[in-house]
Design a protein around this ligand. Structure first.
Ligand code: FPP
Length: 233
């Protein structure tokens, strides 16, 4: 695997279509999707890719039917309970990015607990975007900077790309080298807008519940053939 590849971010799209195609409720697609997420995390950890981010729930997803939102939140509760235990045992650090005040308090308590328990782990970072929207994240960072200027903690001249990035939810996490979106849609959907300035993109036609470790490895092989110039010659 390429030494350059530090962070891969996923948009796990197509759960609903996968289920509908099989005459199943959308929830069946999310359930299978959560299993695929677990498989990809294990594969990446085995390949020593140090950081993964998954878009599990966007701020826009709150507008879905209550039954679907409730299903996803219960899936998350289960996930936080069971699978994350194994991830911790692997020496992984868990980070959550997004608007926590929109989430139920028991979930937030679980998230805070897992983050605190794993904060010192350095081998692998699993970042889960939950109730996440990138524009809201950027506005939040701008407010934090403005408050620091207003209180005299910093000067306007102290604001630069590094100090601004340190106020994003992703502070301390390297920018994604590669963004993978499944299901054939070719859009970013308010995901990591600041952080993807120099990312490579891979749009797979596969619906997320059909995504596999095999395809993941093929995408990494494809990435390793790309020449990244960061705007230079
Ligand atoms: C997009 O598919 C997927 C989501 C909105 C949710 C992603 C969530 C999972 C894969 C499960 C996550 C696991 C946890 C731990 C919560 P879609 O529903 O938009 O599919 P469609 O575009 O085909 O309708």
């Amino acid at each position: 695997m390429s030494a350059k590849l530090k962070h891969i971010a996923f948009i796990m799209d197509g759960n609903g279509r996968w289920a509908t195609k099989r005459g199943l409720p959308r929830s069946a697609g999310h359930k299978k999707g959560a299993e695929v997420l677990q498989e990809i995390v294990k594969t990446a950890a085995d390949m020593e890719i140090p950081c993964l981010t998954f878009y599990a729930f966007s701020t826009e997803n709150w507008h879905r039917d209550k039954a679907e939102v409730d299903y996803l939140m219960n899936l998350l509760r289960q996930y936080l309970h069971s699978e994350l235990k194994e991830i911790k045992e692997r020496g992984a650090r868990i980070r959550f990015i997004g608007e926590r005040d929109m989430l139920d308090s028991d979930i937030v308590a679980q998230m805070n607990n897992i983050e605190a328990e794993t904060a010192a782990n350095e081998k692998f970072t699993l970042c889960i975007a939950l109730s996440y929207g990138s524009r809201a994240e950027i506005v939040h960072a701008a407010k934090m900077m403005a408050a620091s200027v207003a209180s005299g903690k910093i000067q306007i001249s102290d604001i630069n790309e590094n100090t601004f990035a340190s106020q994003l939810y992703t502070a301390g996490i390297p920018d994604p080298d590669l963004v993978i979106r499944t299901s054939g849609e070719q859009r970013i959907s308010n995901y990591l807008l600041w952080q993807i300035a120099y990312s490579e993109f891979y749009f797979s036609k596969t619906l997320w519940p059909d995504f596999s470790a095999k395809e993941f490895k093929e995408i990494i092989d494809d990435f390793n053939t790309r020449e990244r110039r960061y705007g230079k010659l």
